[in-house]
Design a protein around this ligand. Sequence first.
Ligand code: TEU
Ligand code: CA
Length: 542
Amino acid sequence: MKTKWWQTAVLYQIYPRSFQDSNGDGIGDLRGIIQRLDYLQTLGINGIWLSPVYKSPNDDNGYDISDYEDIMDEFGTMSDMDELIEEANKRDIKIIMDLVVNHTSDEHPWFIEAKKSKDNEYRDYYVWRDPVNGEVPNGMRSAFSGSAWEYDEESGQYYLHIFSKKQPDLNWENERVRKEVWDMMNYWLDKGIGGFRLDVIDLVGKIPDQEITGNGPKLHDYLQEMNRETFGNYEDILTVGETWGATPEIAKLYSNPERNELSMIFQFEHILLDQQPDQEKWDLKPLDVKELKQVLAKWQTSLGTEGWNSLFWNNHDLPRIVSRWGNDKEYRVESAKMFAILLHMMKGTPYIYQGEEIGMTNRPVTSIDEVEDIESVNMYHERLASGYTKEAILESINTKGRDNARTPMQWDETANGGFTTGTPWLHVNENYGEINVRKNLEDPQSIFHTYQQLIQLRKDHPIVVWGEFELVEDVQDEVFAYYRMYEGKKWLIVANFSNEENEVNLAALSDAKEFIISNYERTLTGDTTVQLKPYEAFVVML
Ligand code: TEU
Ligand code: CA
């Protein structure tokens, strides 16, 4: 197979609302992103996954789209968007658009039409069902709490919304819906974008009457049709599907090049490890590092040539990784670098979420009034009504809530961390004086420079891109170690996933030739035993 640009690339996710405000209204915007492209070029990334910027009433911050071919007023205009694509391309940075086509906004003209009457020509763009015994059609639940069915008084039917009731699900069984989606994708492809991140794409093959949501029977037919009708006709397009329900076997269905579907998927098996099995993400459980090692190693070794991995710790739906599984107090810098080294030395395409590269942390709240995210707000009211204490619910929100990752980007020590001169739409984390881009750029030992170095290593060393992965099994539970091997070369990656010191004893260490990267000062001694400092991580060439 010919090498694809995205196999050697590192991507960066921007959540535009929180990245950079350029006009003082407290909301990040496209001109703000354009101003920061030089920064991203300095970091060294090759593409930007841009969370939705389309016209939207913002019930779910842009994931509820009312016009796919227009830009949200707060973010700017289509000519700003064209300029962003052009300015990014000039810097060899491709723009990856977020494709949210499982649902639209209820303010999309299709839904406004569909609601008008049962025989409207757009009615069948959405999923409508009659009441059953005067109640909801079945027990499907919304990911944002409550039933997935919403009653429409006027027509006496329910419509399906797997997310908020302002996000009605499109009916993908309707060929006209699919045709509309293909046309819209081609509109964006013609603008010179680099690809798509496909929001909850594993849901589009749903069979509501059987309560099947993920991985429905027609899913892969639809994706092959999509490929054929849209990006398959363009050069060098990256497509990454968001698939919460993927196993490695399912991942191959999506990303085996011979099947002509997607480039890769985001799998979430590692992300689900700190919640109670078969419960919700709010039902907390401590991470077992042993499980994490097994899960990530399985994904590293099982796709082979029949698929391609994406690599990530963070996104706009997840808490900050240093706060989640690291230590955002005394070992913030060390643990942030450890996560970076551990992930960026694996096989696959790494994704960095804005602020991760400077070690931004969660921002706890003390009251629900401080929370913007619809998922957390709905869950709060649902759990309060069913008897949970406020304290327990807020603990879940502070641990897992999506606002943790959505606080504005911290650029410098000036007011609001340099994000806005106005009032930010969501509180800025008060630690911006200590944690910001300006300080990171100035300090050669910063987290930023570790990320920059890791991105450069991927460009300089084919072993990072193509090397075989092998987990080191006989080490302490909290030591995560693996080899990469390529054309006679061998690297050893060691990470101490712990607040405490841990010992690692490996015969291979006696062959260590040089350090490639590390987060503590250490010299090579030829010893086979190393006493690892808290969150110490290093890569050695053997
Ligand atoms: O997320 C899909 C999704 O399932 C999330 O709601 C997820 O369950 C939750 O955030 C876990 O923390 C995508 C987008 O990434 C998310 O921002 C949107 O809200 C959602 O789809 C609907 O478009
Ligand atoms: Ca603005």
